[in-house]
Design a protein around this ligand. Structure first.
Ligand code: FNR
Length: 375
């Protein structure tokens, strides 16, 4: 209503409401290399498959069900959250805005939406956490070739109040990204996106010189230890010695992996294909979601991301059985367009559309939102 009223006075919202317009606005602001880094792997087949899978899920509205009061709240790992939305871990946010992750952390805190700090952040987790007060945050880990460093990152996350650890399994190496290859651009090699490392005591001990003296030495060391492709299910269990926080495995696509995660007692999974940035030609994640939900059979929590562009998409993912949804690129586009306020506006718009969609399909709570609402 506020937006329409402002429109009557000739004022337009700074952040476009349509995801395609928002993306175009961000593209016009960011450098070609920076915006190129937001794109997907290969011919972007999987990025399209993500959209096709979400578009193929169709909601069936129900009428006259008293939706005067709607509750978007959920409970996740013992914490009551105002909505089923979290911000996906996204690296190198300085490419979108000078304040990067700090602007995102502030916006997330202002909305009570958990931020998941990326392992490849532009601002270290302690700085972001300090700006968030008691607001919920998680940490995302890339399992490095130095287990001492992985352990240090996890312990730091716990110390700065992160409430869960997300271990991303789908990026044991970077996908084939022709746009970045064409630009000859990998941000980490010039020292961008290394903020979690450069202040880390274990990482610093591995360097000959302090990183502020030689950012390239830090980048070189990083590229030697980044993400361990020999990680397997057995070794993954070591994380339980480092933390008692819930551990969520991100990048699950196959129902057999989802079942294994449940059988081994991991706390949750994120059904995700990294927004189509890893395996070009992989199945769209939304097409795998229902089978993964079925495979875990309620034993662990199932989160979803890849392709979410608005509140109706969130409703579909919840109807397919997700407990919560991670928002990816749209908030980065908001960050590029208007910094902290841009991220907050994108969150508001996604939640506004979710609330409206739930009301219009006759559903008054997230718990109620299931397969019954899908064609
Ligand atoms: C990512 N993603 C990601 N995931 C992760 O676990 N750690 C990371 O550091 C990053 N970094 C990152 C950078 C950029 C530029 C993008 C676009 C994505 C993946 C992210 O968490 C999420 O899975 C996808 O963004 C979801 O897809 P959509 O919604 O962006 O299509």
């Amino acid at each position: 209503a506020q937006t329409y009223a402002a429109g009557m006075m000739g004022q337009r919202a700074a952040v476009p409401f349509r995801a395609d317009e928002l993306e175009a606005r961000a593209a016009a602001i960011m450098s070609a290399e920076g915006f190129g880094y937001l794109r997907s792997a290969g011919m972007e087949t999987t990025a399209r498959a993500n959209r096709e899978a979400l578009d193929a899920a169709r909601l069936v509205p129900r009428m006259a069900r008293d939706v005067g009061m709607r509750d978007l709240g959920i409970e996740l790992f013992g914490r009551r959250l105002a909505s089923p939305l979290l911000l996906a871990p996204i690296g190198v946010q300085e490419l979108a805005h000078a304040e990067g992750d700090l602007a995102t952390a502030r916006a997330a805190a202002s909305r009570g939406v958990p931020a998941i700090f990326s392992n490849q952040a532009s601002v270290d987790m302690e700085t972001c956490a300090a700006a968030m007060g008691d607001a919920p945050r998680w940490f995302q880990l890339y399992w490095t070739r130095s287990e001492a460093l992985s352990e240090s990152l996890v312990r730091r996350a716990e110390a700065c109040g992160c409430e869960a650890i997300v271990v991303t399994l789908d990026t044991t190496m970077l996908g084939w990204r022709p746009v970045d290859l064409g630009h000859g651009f990998l941000p980490f090699l010039s020292g961008q996106g290394l903020a979690q490392y450069t202040g880390d005591p274990v990482f610093r001990a591995m360097l000959d010189k302090p990183p502020e003296e030689d950012v390239l030495a830090a980048a070189q060391l990083f590229s030697r230890i980044y993400s361990d492709p020999s990680l397997d299910w057995g070794r993954l269990k070591r994380i339980r010695d480092w933390t008692r926080l819930p551990v969520v495995l991100k990048g699950i696509q196959h129902p057999a992996d989802a079942r294994r995660a449940a059988e081994e007692g991991w706390d949750g999974i994120v059904v995700s294909d990294h927004g189509g940035r890893q395996v070009d030609g992989a199945v769209g994640s939304a097409a795998q979601l229902a089978a993964c939900v079925e495979a875990v059979a309620g034993r662990i929590r199932v989160l979803f991301d890849s392709g979410i562009r608005g509140g109706a998409d969130v409703a579909k993912a919840l109807a397919l059985g997700a407990d919560a949804v991670l928002l990816g690129r749209p908030y980065i586009w908001g960050l590029a367009v208007d910094g902290e306020a841009g991220v907050a506006a994108v969150i508001d718009n996604v939640l506004g559309e979710l609330d409206l969609t739930m009301g219009l399909i006759g559903c008054s709570s997230v718990a109620e939102l299931g397969r019954d609402y899908l064609a």
